[in-house]
Design a protein around this ligand. Structure first.
Ligand SMILES: [Fe+2]
Length: 197
């Protein structure tokens, strides 16, 4: 993906667009397949291949000592992504009309890394988290599914990493990033933007 380009082709006829919605804990999870074409997913993957990740982010204050690999976007760099297409999807499915970007990062998990159940926001000030799987390919036995949990910490939904897929969810729904299996030699990367209304 060119940093000065657009997320071209998202939802175009050549992509098989399919939208699936789930309800959980008073919030919503929306999975949009075909948001990006395969070629765009490859471009995005290549883009992150050349970025410097640092082990600098934790899932929350209780796991502050377990840092995860992350690339933080500067405002200038994020501008090039023309993420308006993501905002349009959020307006459609979540009703947000105004947006403030809380965080824009790319996460990277490899086999052996740790992730924890957490929330991205509280119900009183709910963000919508937008997540794009930023690998050019993902094999079915590589694992790495993001898990969603109910208030009792029981796993309810899993969403498989899939190139071209956009995942949107209310940030107050408990979730945990998926760590790839031992059979996977790739890092599972996700491009994540958290939007406040
Ligand atoms: Fe999160």
């Amino acid at each position: 993906m060119k940093t000065s380009g657009k997320l071209k082709g998202a939802g175009s006829a050549k992509n098989r667009r399919q939208v699936t919605e789930y309800q959980l804990g008073g919030g919503k999870i929306v999975v949009i397949d075909g948001f990006m074409s395969n070629a765009e997913a490859v471009t995005m993957s290549n883009y992150f291949d050349h970025k410097d990740f640092s082990r600098s982010m934790a899932d929350g204050p209780k796991t502050e000592t377990v840092k995860q690999w992350v690339f933080n976007f500067s405002k200038k760099e994020l501008k090039g992504f023309e993420e308006k297409m993501i905002r349009d999807e959020i307006t459609t499915y979540f009703g947000y009309k105004k947006f403030k970007i809380q965080t824009a990062i790319c996460n990277s998990f490899a086999y052996g890394d740790a992730s924890f159940i957490h929330v991205d926001s509280y119900k009183s000030k709910p963000c919508v988290t937008a997540l794009m799987f930023a690998n050019a390919e993902w094999k079915k036995d590589w694992g790495g599914e993001i898990m969603f949990f109910n208030d009792d910490d029981d796993a309810v939904y899993a969403v498989t990493p899939k190139p071209g897929r956009l995942l949107l969810f209310h940030g107050f729904i408990k979730h945990r990033a998926g760590v790839p299996s031992r059979h996977c030699y790739e890092s599972r990367r996700t491009f994540v933007i958290k939007y406040l209304p």
